[in-house]
Design a binder for this molecule. Sequence first.
Ligand code: X6L
Ligand code: MG
Ligand code: MG
Length: 176
Amino acid sequence: MTVMAYLALGSNMGDREQTLREAIRRLHGRPGIRVVRISHVYETDPVGYVDQAAFLNMVVAVETELSPDQLLEAALSVEKELGRVRTIRWGPRTIDIDLLLYSDDTIQTEQLMIPHPAMTERAFVLIPLRDVWEGRALPVYNQTIDHFLMPMAEDLKGVRKWGTINWEIASGPSGS
Ligand code: X6L
Ligand code: MG
Ligand code: MG
């Protein structure tokens, strides 16, 4: 059985675009994960811990046969492969891969919370998510993305369209 899941990617260290492209390629290369859509790339002002470089953020839609725990495990291992080192909380990272949504499920374990608990408060997540989302209400919340973005007018300035990753041409999905 396959389900749709949505992952948020962020990078603010090293060659950010190359790291995002490599993360997509590696996720797609994992058994049981197929990347089916990717958002534009946005350059975003850091939030939470603001004294750090700007991020590139994007969202990828995947079809997966993996369970939520398996998908999390895959995401964390791709982070490790791409040099993620966890030092300062909310600090700089080569790559961060967060699970936003998994089918229409709600998951609350020690390891994993889906929907991602703060996704509806972060413009750097919602704006790219809107690129790959069909406009219907978000599961669990039963509200559209625009519903959450509307009162965030001020935050939108911190999220600027930066580019589009041509990952299929650059790195050859589908087993090539
Ligand atoms: C008050 C307290 C207000 C904490 C906000 C927001 C904390 C976001 C952590 C917060 C608060 C986070 C990224 C980032 C981080 C990213 C951009 C986080 C975790 N990750 N900023 N800050 N993009 N632009 O991917 O999201 S740290
Ligand atoms: Mg994150
Ligand atoms: Mg994370």
